[in-house]
Design a protein around this ligand. Structure first.
Ligand code: FES
Ligand code: FES
Length: 161
């Protein structure tokens, strides 16, 4: 059995016939051009699949696509605006906050949600915010520094453009 599911992703409605059990992470990744959201564990542990649902970070491997109907989903592809990087993206670039990059989309979306709610987080608050995301490469130091950089440069990209 399949059902019609419409999910608004990065401002555009995406409609497909899917099985009701389809996970949001797969719905997103099977949408052309939207493979930036990673799928790392399927057990709600790694955080690579984090997207924003109505501005709140959610692990998209724990949400059914049908549950996202009527909600606004923002993925890592939706961070860039008019060709300009979001400050969290710029911060990761400036501070070299990634190695293999597998965790990066989830980290970026988690960071964006944090800064939207708390524009000036302490290091402890940043570490708490990203505690649901696993990075096997970096040791987290530069990720935390990059998020602080973004907090300190909220308009950095606009200034440099
Ligand atoms: S794939 Fe969702 S938490 Fe790992
Ligand atoms: S950069 Fe490799 S998992 Fe984080």
């Amino acid at each position: 059995m399949s059902v019609q599911i419409t999910v608004n992703i990065n401002g555009e409605d995406v409609t497909r016939e899917e099985e009701p059990r389809k996970l949001l992470v797969h719905f997103i990744r099977e949408t052309p051009g939207l493979t930036g959201t990673h799928w790392g564990c399927d057990t709600s542990n790694c955080g690579a699949c984090v997207v924003l649902m109505d501005g709140e970070p959610v692990k998209s491997c724990t949400v059914l696509a049908a549950m996202a109907e009527g909600h606004a989903i923002r993925t890592v592809e939706g961070l860039e605006r008019d060709g300009r990087l979001d400050p969290v993206q710029q911060g990761f670039h400036e501070l070299h906050a990634l190695q293999c990059g597998f965790c990066t989309p989830g980290m970026l979306m988690t960071a964006r949600a944090l800064l939207d709610e708390n524009p000036d987080p302490t290091e402890a608050e940043i570490r708490t915010a990203i505690s649901g995301a696993i990075c096997r490469c970096t040791g987290y130091k530069n990720i935390v520094a990059a998020i602080r950089w973004a907090a300190e440069h909220p308009a950095a990209v606009e200034q440099e453009a």
